[in-house]
Design a protein. Sequence first.
Length: 158
Amino acid sequence: MTRTGIGYDSHRFAPGRRLVLGGVTIPHPEGLVGHSDADVVAHALTDAILGAAGAGSIGALFPDTDARWKDADSIALLREAYATVRQRGFTFVQCDITVITEAPKIGPHAAAMATCIAEALGASAADVNVKGKTNEGMGFIGRRECRAAIAVATLERR
Ligand code: MG
């Protein structure tokens, strides 16, 4: 049996803060505000994986009121969330992620993000698709107030 989950996340721009997307540190003048490393890609995917397993949400598992998750490596959180999902009998099949941001360009970093995410899930990078979109200058993403990511994940239960 296969099950599908969806995840969404957004974080505000933070000039001078380190930018981490999909576990990859990208040299860029504007990072993102967050209690953890503010990795919108890892957060959206974690919610998609938890959702597919009916296992709640990243906010329930790693509350931002908990000092343990301050500046946390979100790929480590993804790994931990996936361990929870595996305990429920699910294994990762495939995911597709769209990062919505005016900058930086996602394409040049997509393969590195897929490799990093796949490693965390014990999966093949071929089963992790990462792509970027701009918001064509419109709205809060277009005004560079935030970046967002949407993820869909498929899991299999044996
Ligand atoms: Mg988040």
